[in-house]
Design a protein around this ligand. Sequence first.
Ligand code: 13P
Length: 330
Amino acid sequence: MSLPVVTSGDNEVYEDPLDLMDEIDELKKEKDASILAHFYVDGEIQDIADYSGDSLKLARDATRVKTSTIVFAGVHFMGESAKIMNPEKRVLIPDMLAGCSLADSCPADQLAAFQEQLRSDGRDFETVAYINTTAAVKSLCDWIVTSGNAQEIIGRVPAGKEILFVPDQHLGRYLMEVTGRKMILWPGSCMVHEVFSIQDLIRAKRNNAGSKVIAHPECPQNILELTDFIGGTEKMRQHVMAVKEPTTFLVATESAMIHAFEKSAPQHKFVPIAGIMTSTGETCACNRCPHMARNTLQKVRDCLKNESPEVEWKDYFQQARAVLDKSLLK
Ligand code: 13P
């Protein structure tokens, strides 16, 4: 069986990571820049970042950065949100092609048409969007949530209103369960969390007696039903830190997350759960997000050096800004 290899999609020439890190340090000073890195990018990028964390923390960190430039090592919607919340700053992203399957699953024109249909059917609803959406989609929504604040924000939607939740059907289903609110769910999903293999999880549990399963709520219900702790990336990190007894954790999320777990809670062992290739049924290395994997030390260096690619301000960012600010900062 041949395993697909996750690459950045480009043919980078090998350069010594330590030299790259030194160069990045120099460029940060020269360009007055700070680096923000999501838990899903390579550990070496998290290690050189000024801020690392989950989507919620990084969105908030972006508003506290003192430098005039932000380099956002993550995926496109994260850099875009940082720009929306900080119009006066220059926001660079190492690779413009680092997208998000969830954001792709909900095009703004299709959402607008569906909202119009619901309104003409007389439905009284508010739209809650996961932050994994484009700015154009955010500008059509009432609230933005991350896995870290979703329950709290859903509590702010007036009880008499229906909720249209976009675009992650699995996160939406989980939120219906924990909040008791009924929702209309958009049929999107994350390409990484969607493919965790239930067989592999059961086998891993059998092979690791006494292990505990931790999973991101973007996972489908069949995985969450076998999970001991469900939470976004930061909540999972807090959970493993709080467990003092050395434990084996089976991890159902993007496997780069294990870097942050090992740094924060070195007393434990972390075992990644493999994904499944739906076309063949074979397991694969698809617990790495190919978009997050586009971030490399070389591209971080290059975007600092070239001051590009940059997220450009667009008119509709203004409306998205109001929704992001009230949802994430207030
Ligand atoms: P959190 O960092 O909010 O858990 O979300 C992970 C994610 O979906 C990144 O795309």
